[in-house]
Design a protein around this ligand. Structure first.
Ligand SMILES: [Mg+2]
Length: 277
């Protein structure tokens, strides 16, 4: 079989809220049985990779920390490469704080190298005011991602991008974002799996992050319609996925799987298959 591996979004692909998407567990078990490399790629920086692995395990998906790649990890590794042993003022939660500490960063309140913004519910106006002043005094504004909102079982809630937008409006400066679709995170996750560009397949439900990120990197892309995107939405975008499936569970079909990994159809021929599905 052609060498290949997967980068897989979670929300809207594996589960919605606390509900497992039917068949997602079988697909992951199948990848584990076959020894196919894969990682879950999430733009949620709130949880550590161990927290995420535990959540998945409780849903019946038997993965460990090594299968999780979060935008918090990507951000912390990126900053550690840019400025080793730097300092950060953080608007965010455990996943981001832990990733920064692991990568040699100290969390400080004054004169940080970076103001780093991630997902979370703990911020207030006092923290925002302090962050604005730090940025205006020269600390650089970094976002784990700029997703404007996140789906929950009760509906949408403001995402990291909404908090970042407030800081950008107040300071007149633009944040640097590391999470999907940034090539920083997309490339780091591929390298972690030891895959080449043309061996990498991105599966996601969001055009602006999962699919755009994959398209920009030259990965194969699979859009699943089990999350926030409908088939009719595709006409609005200048880029398109290589394949559209109703659900990740459709990859249990051997012919579909072979097409996705590029064994039976060249990339250009996927259009007809995509349109048929
Ligand atoms: Mg998603």
């Amino acid at each position: 079989m052609r060498r290949h591996g997967f980068l897989i979004d979670m929300d809207g692909v594996i589960y919605r809220g606390k509900q497992l998407i039917p068949g997602a567990d079988q697909f992951i078990t199948c990848l584990l049985d076959r020894g196919v490399p894969f990682a879950f790629l999430t733009n949620n920086s709130q949880r550590t990779r161990r927290d995420v692995a535990t959540k998945l395990a409780r849903m019946g998906i038997p993965v460990d920390e090594s299968h999780i790649f979060t935008c918090a990890m990507a951000t912390a590794r990126f900053l550690a490469a840019q400025k080793p042993r730097g300092t950060a003022f953080v608007i965010g939660e455990g996943g981001l704080l832990q990733a920064l500490h692991t990568n040699g960063y100290a969390i400080v309140d004054d004169e940080p190298d970076y103001v780093v913004v991630g997902e979370g519910r703990t911020f207030n106006m006092e923290i925002v005011e302090h962050a604005v002043r730090l940025i205006l005094r020269g600390s650089k504004l970094v976002a784990t991602n700029i997703d404007p909102n996140c789906p929950t079982s009760q509906g949408l809630r403001p995402g990291c991008g909404a908090i970042v937008a407030m800081l950008e409006a107040a300071t007149g400066l633009t944040a640097f974002s590391v999470g999907k679709p940034s090539p920083v995170m997309m490339r780091a996750a591929r390298k972690e799996l030891g895959l080449a560009t043309d061996e990498t397949i991105m599966i996601g439900d969001t055009m602006e992050t999962d699919i755009l990120g994959g398209v920009q990197m030259g990965y194969r892309t699979v859009l699943v319609l089990s999350g926030g995107t409908q088939h009719d939405d595709l006409a609005r975008y200048a880029y398109r996925p290589d394949l559209v499936l109703d659900s990740i569970a459709d990859l249990a079909d051997e012919a579909t799987y072979a097409a996705v990994i590029g064994e039976t159809l060249p990339l250009v021929a996927h259009e007809s298959l995509g349109a048929a599905l």
